[in-house]
Design a protein around this ligand. Structure first.
Ligand SMILES: *Cc1c(COP(=O)(O)O)cnc(C)c1O
Length: 374
């Protein structure tokens, strides 16, 4: 079946006891044993498994063309479980522009547990080849990246990693499985902050790992999920499964609106650069056109001047909301350098936008008005 059909149905059946078409939220933390001591439902205790979580995990595995999935209480809990499935002395190669908390986890938390890492420009295959070590077990890919929307060629990175005996995980948060399916391109794992496009409504904090095969690596991730306990709650799983039903149509809207906004900004004299992979001028455009089925809803742009001019622009907006995060129906704008703090790589005049589902002409009117004074 096609992606749109799977997004509506995967993991969902009318409730067999009531006929409810929309699934109930199972809040029970414990499940009854049969007189003979067995667990006929397959459920024992809420941290191990829950019907809402199981339905969501099945759906996520199907949408990413994987074998299995594990749902977590946040994207970073999912990322952390992947690192915890590795061993001291293992080496992780990560993009130099990976999500800043992913870099923080590697540098401040897992380094103390003996996990080694290096960062590299993941879009430069010669640099990646040179940075791979005999101990490299994992290559981390995040595409498009934050905040410059740099695009990594997943299949080419998989080829390099395989030669070095390393596995590849792709943080697919910004693309969503609607636009990019890394497992079909050879990646071993997909990580999601499902807080973003999969949830889609800025009302659920959650994460997931999807694996191409149910192997020893995934089983270690599963053990961390259940034993360490950073699981997604039943209500979060329910909200996510509901949000996913409209994912294909939301991603089409986000992509179409971001393209319109990017074209407008590209022509504006107060804007010096626009970073959007849908623009022919973007260095990742060719790879993105091959690897993605749409260019997504994230873009960033740089205004003439610096921090003061960028902040000033956001202060004049009337419709677009000044907030971090992404993937909801409302358009968000943020000054990324001040969100990330001292070690940011974001230019001071850069603003990042999560283009939402409002009419794009209203977004353009708001930006045009705010740019007038620039
Ligand atoms: C938000 C985000 C994360 C972190 O996920 P949380 O759900 O906030 O823990 C990781 N990677 C990317 C690309 C993100 O945008």
């Amino acid at each position: 079946m096609r992606f749109e059909t799977l997004a509506v149905h995967a993991g969902l059946e009318p409730d067999p006891t009531t006929g409810a078409v929309t699934p109930p939220i199972h809040l029970s933390t414990t499940f009854e044993r049969a007189p003979d001591g067995t667990f006929p439902s397959g459920y024992i205790y809420g941290r191990d498994a829950n019907p809402n979580r199981r339905a969501l995990e099945h759906c996520l595995a199907v949408l990413e063309a994987g074998a299995v999935a594990a749902a977590f209480s946040s994207g970073m809990a999912a990322t952390s479980a992947i690192f915890q499935a590795l061993a001291p002395g293992d080496h992780v190669l990560a993009p130099d522009d990976a999500y800043y908390i992913t870099r923080k986890l590697l540098g401040e938390v897992y380094a103390r547990w003996g996990l080694e890492h290096a960062t590299v420009d993941m879009t430069d295959s010669a640099a990646v080849a040179a940075a791979l070590r005999p101990t490299t077990r994992l290559v981390w890919v995040e595409t498009p990246s934050n905040p410059l929307l740099r695009v990594t060629d997943i299949a080419a990175t998989v080829t390099l990693a395989r030669k070095a005996g390393a596995r590849v995980v792709c943080d697919n948060t910004w693309a969503s499985p609607m636009l990019t399916r890394p497992l079909e391109l050879g990646a071993d794992l997909v990580m999601h902050s499902t807080t973003k496009y999969l949830g889609g409504h800025s009302d659920v904090l959650s994460g997931a790992v999807v694996a191409r095969v149910d192997d020893d690596l995934f089983q270690r991730i599963r053990t961390v999920q259940i034993a360490a306990g950073g699981v997604a709650s039943p209500f979060d799983c329910w909200l996510l499964r509901r949000g996913i039903r409209s994912l294909p149509y939301r991603m089409r809207g986000h992509s179409e609106h971001a393209m319109a906004v990017a074209r407008f900004l590209e022509r504006h004299p107060a804007v010096t650069r626009v970073h959007y992979p849908g623009l022919e001028s973007h260095p990742g455009h060719t790879v993105a056109a091959r690897q993605m089925t749409g260019f997504g809803g994230m873009l960033s742009f740089e205004v003439r001047g610096g921090r003061a001019e960028a902040m000033g622009l956001t202060g004049r907006l009337q419709l677009i909301t000044r907030a971090t995060s992404l993937g909801g129906p409302e358009t968000l704008i943020e000054h990324r350098a001040s969100v990330e703090g001292a070690h940011t790589r974001a230019p001071e005049g850069l603003l990042r936008m999560s283009v939402g589902l409002e009419h794009p002409d209203d977004l353009i009117d708001d930006l045009a008005h705010a740019l007038e004074a620039a």
